[in-house]
Structures are given as C-alpha cells and as structure tokens.
Design a protein around this ligand. Structure first.
Ligand code: CMP
Length: 139
C-alpha cells in the first residue's frame, strides 16, 4: 500500500498552548504538504472510536478525557514515505525518550499530553484520514 499520506492530530495541549503554528512550520519544513485540515472538538464517542485499539488499557479513560478536553487540529499530510517520516519527526510517545528536535521533545508535556498523534502504519493512516476527512475534501 502507498505510504504517501498520513494523519496527524495536534492535540489539546499543543493546540490550546499556541504551538500549532510552530508544529505546522516544522512539518512543512520537512516536506509535508497539508491536503486537509479541520479544527474539531471530539466528543467521548468519537475519541473512544478513534482510540478503540487502546480500549481496556489502564490509560484509556484518561486519554479520552484529555483528547476531549479542548479542540484539536486534524491534518491530512502527504510526502514520500509519509507514515514513516512523520513518526520519526514527532519522536517517541514519551517526550523523555523523544530524540532532540522532534515535535514531542520540543512541545510535549508527558506521555499522555504529548502534543501530537501520527498514524503508525499505512493501513491505519488510510482509516484515520477517512475518520476525519471525506476523500472529496482532500486537495
Ligand atoms: P498517540 O500517538 O496519540 O497514541 C495513543 C496515545 O495514548 C499516545 O499517543 C499517548 O497520548 C497515550 N499513551 C500511550 N501510552 C500511554 C501511557 N503509558 N500512559 C499514558 N498515556 C499513554
């Protein structure tokens, strides 16, 4: 499957903290093209559906609380090797383990309040882009 498109979410901590512009500049500086963007406030049902793979894990309820605590920016992004490259650019889930200069090293507060989400496989990228965007709305 093509690895040209992926989904990022600027999470409530980074969005409300005014980090969105810097994060977008970092993504565009790395060659990502924004093909879709939406500011949304997820309700619990939508957040639970998005993170369904984590249901039952100890952090699930807290993660849903966090992701519904304020607006987020969903971004559909394109570039060569988009999924792999975005995962590299955002860094490890835990900012304490994220490489210097990565989005999470720069802006994340904690393992949960970690500034940004990125799809972890081309298959999930396809599902996650479709979660937020109709194909006809992508440029
Ligand atoms: P994300 O890439 O959006 O995917 C799942 C999210 O769950 C992850 O980023 C973190 O925000 C959160 N998460 C993952 N592991 C933990 C953990 N051990 N404790 C708290 N939150 C976690």
């Amino acid at each position: 499957m093509s690895d040209a498109r992926t989904l990022a979410i600027v999470k409530p901590d980074a969005f409300s903290g005014g980090k969105t512009g810097k994060i977008i500049a970092q993504l565009e500086g790395d060659g990502f093209r924004i093909v879709g963007g939406r500011v949304v406030r997820l309700d619990r049902e939508r957040a639970e559906a998005f993170y369904a793979v984590h249901r039952g894990k100890p952090f699930f309820t807290s993660l849903v609380d966090f992701m519904t605590s304020g607006p987020v920016l969903a971004l559909a992004l394109e570039r060569e090797d988009a999924v792999t490259r975005l995962r590299e650019l955002i860094g490890a889930t835990d900012p304490a383990e994220a490489a210097p200069g990565t989005v999470r090293a720069l802006y994340a507060e904690s393992k949960e309040r970690n500034a940004i989400h990125a799809s972890d496989s081309p298959e999930n990228a396809r599902l996650e882009v479709a979660f937020f965007f109709a194909e006809k709305d992508l440029t």
